[in-house]
Design a protein around this ligand. Structure first.
Ligand code: AMP
Ligand code: ZN
Ligand code: FE
Ligand code: FE
Length: 287
């Protein structure tokens, strides 16, 4: 069985590979298909799609949105099989990127108040694309020698307990799901166990999200332990969601995390993709 990877990031957001490089790497890794799911931007999709067609690798058009839900849960939502006509989505994503910009400026302000010499200009230079965020700021801190690793940048400054933490203004989970579902995307709850929520809290929220159009849940993910995977698979079965999976590849921005296999043990088979496609066909949606 060939492997697939339905959660990847390019330099259009906070990955290090250009879309073309990402597709080439996926092909070299022998993957049967990938989805490009950059944060808050569709800017990499055309290039990735073209590279995929040249090389013979199917590239599913996706994106990832950060959201909040009840129980103070922060949920990431993937839209897969985004249509080509994305006018209304583009508008909404642009608003999210504007919010990112003002948040980034506040973070840089806090870093400067900590005595660190960092500028928004440098941060923008770190970012190849239009969706700029904390990983780019982390790269600046690393380049300037203020931290020894990207992970340290998060634990010391940028993460939830960091000295320059600024929460991100995000959409409500149900609204994000509805917006993507209305476009005909397959909507997937990403890495549900990333922050180790109580599974029952997730179970309480999922029916509302399904009502808004959620149809899949990321069972296999690099940050999921075996136990997390089991919990997510249970949720999929319990609520009739399609199991999905991906590595959350970010290139050099997540060291040690490889396409398709994550930190080594991830395996998402082609049958997962076939299953997602079957559901789309049943609903009359294009694949
Ligand atoms: P942002 O969207 O600007 O809040 O940045 C979120 C991104 O930062 C995530 O997608 C991860 O790629 C990265 N990230 C978040 N927490 C950490 C961490 N503790 N260590 C390394 N990268 C992180
Ligand atoms: Zn990311
Ligand atoms: Fe995520
Ligand atoms: Fe991601």
């Amino acid at each position: 069985m060939r492997l697939i990877d339905l959660h990847t990031h390019s330099a259009a957001s906070d990955g290090s590979d250009s879309p073309t490089e990402l597709v080439a790497a996926a092909h070299a890794a022998g993957l049967a298909a990938i989805a490009l799911t950059d944060h808050d931007t569709l800017a990499g999709l055309e290039e990735a799609g073209a590279a995929g067609r040249r090389i013979g690798l199917p590239v599913i058009r996706g994106c990832e949105l950060s959201t909040t839900a009840d129980k103070a849960l922060r949920l990431h939502i993937l839209g897969l099989w985004l249509p080509r006509d994305t006018g209304s989505l583009e508008e909404r994503l642009r608003e999210l990127r504007v919010k990112r910009d003002s948040r980034n400026e506040r973070i840089v302000g806090l870093l400067r108040a900590c005595g660190l010499e960092v500028s928004m200009e440098e941060v923008r230079e770190q970012a190849a694309g239009e969706s700029v965020g904390r990983p780019h700021i982390a790269a600046v801190l690393l380049a300037r020698g203020y931290v020894k690793t990207l992970a340290d940048a998060f634990s010391e400054y940028l993460g939830r307990r960091g000295r320059a933490y600024v929460p991100k203004e995000v959409m409500r989970a149900g609204d994000a799901v509805r917006m993507l579902a209305d476009l005909g995307a397959s909507v997937c709850l990403a890495h549900p166990m990333l922050e180790k929520p109580a599974p029952e809290d997730l179970a309480e929220l999922i029916p509302e999200l399904i009502e808004q159009g959620l149809s899949a849940i990321e069972v296999w993910h690099s940050a999921h332990s075996d136990e997390d995977t089991r919990i997510a698979l249970d949720l999929a079965l319990r609520f009739g969601l399609c199991p999905s999976g991906g590595s959350d590849y970010h290139g050099a921005n997540k060291p040690g995390l490889r396409l398709g296999v994550g930190y080594g043990n991830l395996r998402v088979g082609e049958d997962v993709l076939e299953n997602l496609k079957r559901l789309r066909r049943e609903r009359g949606l294009p694949v």
